[in-house]
Design a binder for this molecule. Structure first.
Ligand SMILES: C[S@@+](CC[C@H](N)C(=O)[O-])C[C@H]1O[C@@H](n2cnc3c(N)ncnc32)[C@H](O)[C@@H]1O
Length: 259
């Protein structure tokens, strides 16, 4: 009965949102959703779905809660130092204009961090950073590019002065930074992938995905990279079977597709 309730809920949610909970770890997902149901005094998943259908605000909060949008500029700063000082300069030796994908970009801190690095290292309007996320609310905030001082805490003052303009109490990303970034809604578990990337970042996105979903996703990223392209993952997301997928180890948390 409990199992049926969960199965029906997954189907209903997929029909409404295109989010496929079959590809997320069931124990963690059920626990997270049950926590939320308890807060609303609902005992079954299907009763919770009825509530989601009725209450647009709750539905939005639920999607936010499932997708967990926490992000930071230059997240794990020491890894971004390696990215800036070693990975990007090596990629630039092979191709002067980089095609980069920030997959699961949340409110835009990650793609804008990349854009600032490119503008400092190799200024050109011809780089392209594709920044995608499942969550349209996050993409709307990302496109605005307005952040509080607290959100900019990892960025040195000189870079803030160069790439942000004051906007009330907040800071707005300048147009030259925005010009490099193209935002699109994209579901990593469902939608087709572009190919031809020099660098792909998928950081802190796959935490709740099943091992099978993660493996399939990493294989699709491998295909999406150019030969010599680099895949950069989150600070706790080392890929154990990287060789099996075809990657070479490059630096901790960076993998390379052979030339
Ligand atoms: C924790 S944030 C990570 C943001 C950024 N990559 C970072 O490391 O700071 C995870 C993002 O992944 C997105 N996400 C979750 N599942 C996704 C999916 N199936 N397809 C695309 N984006 C997804 C969420 O909406 C969220 O914005």
């Amino acid at each position: 009965m409990v199992q049926d309730d969960w199965e029906i809920f997954k189907q209903q949610l997929f029909a409404k949102s295109s989010i496929d909970l079959n590809q997320y770890k069931p124990a963690q997902m059920q626990r997270r959703i049950t926590n939320l149901m308890n807060r609303h005094g609902v005992a079954t998943f299907t009763a919770f779905f009825k509530l989601l259908e009725k209450d647009a605000k709750l539905y939005k909060d639920f999607i936010d809660y499932l997708t967990i949008n926490v992000t930071e500029f230059f997240r794990t700063p020491e890894k971004f130092v390696e990215l800036e000082d070693k990975v990007i300069p090596e990629l630039l030796k092979r191709s002067p204009y980089l095609n980069i994908w920030s997959a699961g970009c949340s409110t835009g801190a990650e793609p804008y961090s990349l854009a600032m690095i490119l503008l400092d290292r190799a200024p050109s309007a011809r780089h392209r950073i594709l920044a995608t996320d499942l969550d349209i609310e996050m993409l709307a905030k990302a496109k605005q590019g307005v952040y509080t001082a607290g959100e900019l805490k990892n960025i040195p003052p000189a870079r803030i002065a160069k790439y942000f303009a004051a906007k009330g109490d907040s800071r707005a990303v300048k147009d030259e930074v925005k010009a490099l970034v193209e935002f699109q809604r994209h579901n990593l578990l469902l939608d087709r992938f572009e190919t031809g990337f020099d660098l792909i970042l998928c950081r802190n996105v796959v935490i709740y995905f099943t091992e099978e979903a993660k493996d399939a996703l990493y294989r699709r990223f491998f295909t999406a990279l150019k030969p010599g392209g680099v895949f950069f993952v989150g600070g706790t997301e080392a890929i154990l079977n990287f060789r099996d997928i075809g990657f070479q180890h490059y630096l901790p948390f960076f993998y390379r597709k052979p030339l």
